[in-house]
Unconditional design. Sequence first.
Lengths: 268, 219
Amino acid sequence: MEHPGPALDNPPAAAPVDATEHWRRFAPDLPADKVMFSELVPGGGHWSYRLPRGTTLRITALDAGANLSLVLYSAQEKLERYNMPDSLKAQHTAHYTRGHVLMSDMGRAMASITSDTLGWHDPLGLLLDNRLMHEKYGSHPYQENRNGMIRSGRDGLLIEIGKYGLAKRDLVAPVNFFSKVTVDAEGRFRYVPDHARAGDHVDLRLDMDVLVAFSAAPHPLNPAPIYPANKVGLAVWRSGPAQGDDYCRRFRPENARALHNTDMLYLT
Amino acid sequence: MTATAIRIQESALAPEAAVLDHTLPAGEPYLLAIDKGQTLRIVDLEGNQAVDVIFYNRDDGAEHYSATETLLRQGGIYLTTGSVLYSDDGNPMLTLVADTCGRHDTLGGACAAESNTVRYALQKKFMHSCRDNYLTALQHADIGLGKRDLVPNINFFMNVPVTESGDLSFADGVSAPGKYVELRAEMNLWMLVSNCPQLNNPCNAYNPTPARFLLWNPQ
């Protein structure tokens, strides 16, 4: 799928807001009156948003083998943040798919996976750092590479959370959307290649007001010898918060209680 | 990368030569300064007690034990003899030099009043928990660490296998009375401990028990 290169022309003065409706290409099934905005994230790109409860982040792999490392913080109390162990043990799972809930360290649902074409997203939190990136891919400094410079997932996330006053000690273990890592009987990781296809997508509903930060840097166990700069498409749409008969709420009793705990923040 | 299969290794260190010998009652917090080069032993006195531990660089509290960095570098999820615990900055913090239990959990995290409401029932919120223990120790010590520093911890003596199909299970313990793990400090450390007070989980037979900590200076 084509996406704009790094040297875009500036928009003309007569139409100065270059807010392209990217979602019409990679998420055309979304209801047009509900879509708020969309984004094309180049491989290795990173960004963050403040998103309100009741919106859903549609994440689409635009290239096979894409990876999106994503972290969540409560927008109202940044000390409350996504917690990998709490989420995994509450749901007795080591993978995420439709029905699963990403929980905070305060026992609340932060986000829920309401649809998924893939069946497995990696929650084990491994993150590409600079040491491993240089070992695997060599050095690609800006001076020689300009926008071909590569960035680690950890640096991308540190930049993003830094925009809200959060420091490296605040960086939590991310969810790696579109990646699959299994664990054998002796505890060893096995990265599953060729997992995500172009077009695979997942809907992540925000159950509370959140800061969401992400990096599209490759998964650290991806064996590709060249930094895989796989693109990801994002679209944010108004889905409304979880209703009483919500699939994720009914998926497990733990999820019902986590969503209840979040609902308690929004009593009016 | 080291495989993470069980590797049993006994220690030659004598308890009478230890510079510290502390028995931590069930359910209690503990904060201990450990110097680079010292060796720490944690003993599961009565078997299958979860000892929830986080390590921090005592010279830079912003640097903490990182489960994900540790797992990435060893290529797997369990800790045993030979495992190196890495910080979020990728520096070695401790090395497991002996282990008679053979497997320790890195993914299960620490219980909290809030997560108890999710896992068990809303009305469990007033029961005691590891994260309350952590906060008690950190609030009293006032060493610049707080809730933001309560990162995913190690559960010594716990067995939390991940299946090939992607489930997380809480298996029967592999520990037993007297089993221990020994770690050599590779930097000056704070060790933050909660001797887990969880009463809702069969992994400790609903019976939290004491743990013993010994510390030796470099030989």
